[in-house]
Design a protein around this ligand. Structure first.
Ligand code: RIB
Ligand code: CA
Length: 315
């Protein structure tokens, strides 16, 4: 029985790869995408989501534009990481389809409340839409099947400040609402995603296939690799979002710990920092499962095989 998922996403290069992986994986059905500010403006990432779906001949998947700005902080986008369009050097035709009228956070509420226990939410960007949905309809906490979150850095340096990962730094207040909501959460932090580097050899394997999909992956990840080399001296690029998506149907890629996790919303240098109370000094209930160990090549082989399969499916 395939798992029904909704992506809340800021495509973004690695978000785009997660969308492609979702479409290439028979274990899941991509019911819809709600878009959120982050890697680029909500306007831009919404256009990107529509373009990616058209690229993969999946325009039947509805897209819902979400929040444009964080709950409290000023907007922070990621052009240095994902390029001005959010897709690096990739150039996709303007989408022929439009986003739906409904707001992204209302879409999350409607889907989760209408199908209790059936919707898996995969949050790949800042958590503004999810936080707004919780505040508007608190019962989604009990009705959502599970929530996979790409974000945070537990025992790993930040990728946006010394201490904070991008998604939790862009909207730390939204992350605080979600982390304290009681939702059944599985967190995929930088601790595991930074062990899953998409290398030039991995890209070369896909470039052997003549397909608009592989051209998109090549043009988008080339920009992403240049960022990782310049800013973090990494040979390749960290594809955080497809790794998070993969855990929805192949959890054995990672090892998990049930932890008490929180996010710093104070106004100091730690804003957006996520941390776990490993010894539970304050005797709080554990609020999420956290992926803290990973089998990198198990994930990368899955990703490469699924991209190869997708190319042959949409010749
Ligand atoms: O820190 C990495 C995360 O921030 C990824 O989801 C990336 O797409 C950006 O949203
Ligand atoms: Ca993302």
């Amino acid at each position: 029985m395939p798992k029904h998922i909704i992506l809340d996403s800021d495509p973004g290069i690695d978000d785009s790869l997660a969308i492609l992986l979702a479409l290439a994986s028979p274990e899941i059905v991509l019911d819809g995408i709600s878009t959120i500010h982050g890697n680029a403006s909500t306007e831009q990432v919404t256009k990107n989501a529509l373009s990616i779906l058209e690229l993969a001949k999946a325009s039947h998947v509805p897209v819902f534009k979400g929040c444009d700005v964080p709950l409290v902080k000023d907007s922070l986008l990621g052009p240095e990481t994902h390029g001005d369009t959010g897709l690096g050097y990739a150039k996709l035709p303007d989408p022929q389809t439009q986003p739906k009228i409904q707001h992204g956070s209302d879409y999350l509420i409607e889907q989760i409340m209408s199908r209790p226990g059936e919707v898996t939410l995969v949050a790949l960007g800042p958590l503004t839409n999810v936080a707004i949905a919780i505040r508007k309809e608190p019962r989604i906490v009990q009705n959502v099947k599970e929530v996979f979150i790409m974000g945070g850095a537990i025992q790993h340096p930040g990728n946006t400040t010394a201490l904070a990962e991008f998604n939790t730094y862009v909207d730390p207040h939204a992350a605080h609402v979600v982390f304290h909501s009681g939702m059944p959460m599985i967190l995929t932090p930088l601790d595991v995603t930074y062990q899953c580097i998409f290398t030039k050899d991995d890209l070369n394997r896909l470039e052997k296939i003549d397909s608009p999909i592989t051209k998109f992956i090549s043009d988008s990840t080339r920009f992403y690799m240049e960022f990782h080399d310049e800013y973090q001296k990494i040979d390749g690029c960290v594809i955080n979002d497809p790794m998070t998506l993969a855990l929805t149907f192949m959890p054995e890629i990672c090892d998990y710990q049930d932890l008490v996790v929180d996010v710093d919303i104070s106004t100091g240098v730690g804003l957006g920092n996520t941390f776990a109370d490993f010894y539970n000094y304050e005797k709080k209930p554990k609020n999420m499962k956290v992926a803290m160990g990973v089998r990198p090549r198990m994930f990368m082989e899955l990703f490469l095989e699924r991209m190869e399969g997708l190319c042959s499916k949409i010749r």
